[in-house]
Design a protein around this ligand. Structure first.
Ligand code: SAM
Length: 307
């Protein structure tokens, strides 16, 4: 069964009484060459542990398993899970299907159960942060940013993420300061990972075709954050506030984003660290945000002050 042929996708959906649901971002990959590119980016080795989000009809899942991976696949749609159980029945020992909203899963807990069961040498009590895994997915576009942000903020110990995302979102993740695409997502992704756009993908590689083009992005988890800051919570609070009102000058955008720091205090602080208080957040590098955040931390804004 060739799962990336448009005729086969249509036939399978019809056989199970299903239609692609736009509200769930169901655009199935119908280009075998693009699947090859995802696998190339993921560099799967025998025994790799892979989390796949939104397996759909199982085209990518099957290729991951055939390349030797153990896959934990999280799919929201109950109808598609019925298809997946049949399509992947020959690989039941290496695929774990979970019906859940990918935004609500505790991946440490989930992987602990899988590893605990399948690899006796790694006991469940050891915790997942030491067990490397990859995330490989053709993501439903409506969850892309919250999924990536939530996953990074949770601090999971992944080795890399290989994700098909909307092209504009991919560009936001690798954007340079001072560009329109540069924003809070860029800074977050840069803090935790080294990001690269691996391959550009036309909308016509999907059935049904979405309204936008896509890209495969690779995010390699950094061993240490890109920017060393005293208080990451302060750092990201400042970054979010700066981009929340990106057209405003920094002191205005940051006004009261930290209790006790008004516009005047921000102007002074930004000037004291050698930066321009008239600048807008979108022109600051991740390191310059770090300088501002550390100055704040050194002024004694302790955790309870930050809500
Ligand atoms: N992997 C398949 C492929 O490449 O053809 C399907 C990809 S399709 C773009 C996105 C998939 O994510 C669909 O199967 C959809 O049902 C599933 N999905 C949508 N929202 C989800 C969510 N919140 N959590 C998990 N899966 C979700």
């Amino acid at each position: 069964m060739e799962l990336t042929r448009i005729g086969e996708v249509r036939r399978l959906l019809a056989a199970y009484g299903l239609r692609p649901r736009k509200s769930r971002g169901q655009n199935f990959l119908v280009a075998a060459g693009v699947l090859d590119k995802i696998l190339e980016a993921a560099e799967i080795r025998a025994g790799d542990l892979v989390v796949e989000i939104g397996p759909g009809l199982g085209a990518l899942t099957r290729r991951l398993v055939e390349d030797g991976a153990r896959v934990v696949a999280v799919e929201l749609d109950a109808g598609l899970l019925l298809v997946l159980r049949d399509v992947l029945s020959d690989y039941a020992d290496r695929v774990r299907l979970i019906q859940a909203d990918a935004l609500e899963v505790d991946y440490d807990a989930l992987l602990k159960t899988v590893v605990g069961r399948q690899s006796p040498e790694v006991g469940p009590a050891e915790g997942m942060r030491d067990v490397p895994f990859k995330v490989v997915a053709n993501l439903p576009y409506y969850i892309t940013s919250p999924f990536i942000a939530g996953f990074l903020e949770a601090g999971y110990g992944f080795e890399r993420m290989v994700l098909m995302v909307q092209r504009e979102t991919a560009e936001r993740m690798v954007a340079e300061p001072g560009t329109k695409a540069y924003g809070a997502l860029t800074v977050l992704v840069c803090y935790h990972t080294r990001a690269e756009v691996f391959w550009r993908v036309s909308r016509h590689c999907f059935y049904p075709p979405p309204a936008v083009d896509s890209a495969i992005i690779r995010l390699f988890k950094r061993e240490q954050p890109a920017v060393s800051v005293l208080r990451p919570d302060l750092y990201f609070r400042i970054v979010r506030a700066a981009f929340g009102q990106r057209r405003k000058m920094l002191p205005n955008a940051l006004d009261h984003c930290i209790p006790g720091l008004d516009r005047k205090a921000w102007t002074r602080l930004i000037r004291d660290v050698g930066l321009d208080p008239q600048a807008r957040g979108e022109t600051l590098t991740p390191e310059e945000f770090g300088i501002i955040a550390d100055a704040c931390a050194q002024m004694g804004f302790d955790p309870p002050a930050v809500v």
